[in-house]
Write a protein that binds this ligand. Structure first.
Ligand code: SF4
Length: 86
């Protein structure tokens, strides 16, 4: 991930800049469910994910539950707060 992790785009969910490294950890051990949609115009992210994720992770990635929106908002806010502090 080294070659891509510091790339930045504007996150449609947060409305601010985030790095690809953040997107890859947005769900803890799984990437954000939107990672392919958000990054596919910048590099072959799906191919990258297939190489990076184990078959079990790939399966969980595509079968992620939508999750509690409030919990997701708090998770993102917490992650951004940590990012600002580092
Ligand atoms: S992949 Fe997720 S966290 Fe990353 S920019 Fe897209 S919506 Fe935001």
């Amino acid at each position: 991930m080294e070659q891509y992790k510091d790339l930045e785009i504007r996150c449609p969910r947060l409305g601010g800049e985030v790095t690809f490294g953040y997107c890859m950890q947005e769900r803890g051990d799984l990437p954000c469910p939107r990672v392919i949609t958000c990054w596919q115009t910048y590099f072959p992210v799906e191919t990258y994910l297939k190489k990076k994720l184990t078959p079990e992770e790939w399966d969980r990635f595509f079968n992620q539950p939508p999750g509690d929106k409030i919990a997701t908002i708090f998770d993102i806010a917490s992650a951004l707060k940590k990012k600002k502090q580092s």
